[in-house]
Design a protein around this ligand. Structure first.
Ligand code: ADP
Length: 186
């Protein structure tokens, strides 16, 4: 079982890049935001609980997302995790999970995009896709959540030599190339 993580602020393009790389490597692309939105759409008890949080741009409690990931990781398969972990406790839970399975992390890709650019990208996406959490107020809240809770993860993985910082500014193929180059160094 091999695992690659994608970390980046909302609007960094990690979904697009993670999907490209997953296809190329033949890994499963597990998207935490999609798993949560599916729960909401199916109106499961979990979905009903988390809907107000997603709509407000707040992170879902760690224990809920940890359970969801544990449920979706199959032994023996390879994964790109997109949007998980987003907090240090989530990263520690992932370590425990991988220990149990005798698996370890291959690399962590961090897509770096300046905050001034993120707001513009997300507002444009709201026009195209109509995601209810892509409005100015909610975007601000998601950026604050990212800064406070997800950014500390960068030090967590850097200390372990797993982090690859990639500039997420440029064309989609340019960024894909940068990621592939960084992967060759693993
Ligand atoms: P974005 O990266 O643009 O914010 P996502 O689709 O990855 O979009 O996430 C949408 C929302 O789903 C987040 O704002 C948050 O409420 C919730 N979410 C996704 N991943 C996690 C996670 N690992 N922990 C807690 N909440 C999460």
């Amino acid at each position: 079982m091999r695992l690659i993580l994608f970390i980046g602020p909302p609007g960094s393009g990690k979904g697009t890049q993670a999907q490209c790389l997953a296809q190329e490597l033949g890994y499963h692309h597990l998207v935490m935001g999609d798993l949560l939105r599916q729960e909401i759409q199916a109106q499961t008890p979990l979905g009903q609980k988390i809907q107000p949080l997603l709509e407000a741009g707040l992170l879902v409690p760690d224990e809920l997302v940890i359970d969801l990931v544990a449920h979706h990781l199959q032994n023996g398969a390879d994964y790109i995790l997109d949007g998980f972990p987003r907090t240090v406790p989530q990263a520690q839970a992932l370590d425990r999970l991988l220990n149990e399975k005798g698996a370890s992390l291959q690399t962590v890709i961090f897509l770096d995009v300046p905050e001034e650019e993120l707001m513009g990208r997300l507002l444009k996406r709201s026009e195209l896709e109509g995601r209810t959490d892509d409005n100015p107020e909610t975007i601000q809240r998601r950026l604050v959540e990212y800064r406070q809770k997800t950014q500390p993860l960068l030090d967590f993985y850097e200390a372990r030599g797993l982090l690859r910082r990639i500039s997420g500014v440029g064309s989609i193929p340019q960024i894909t190339e940068r990621i592939k180059k960084a992967m060759e160094m693993c």
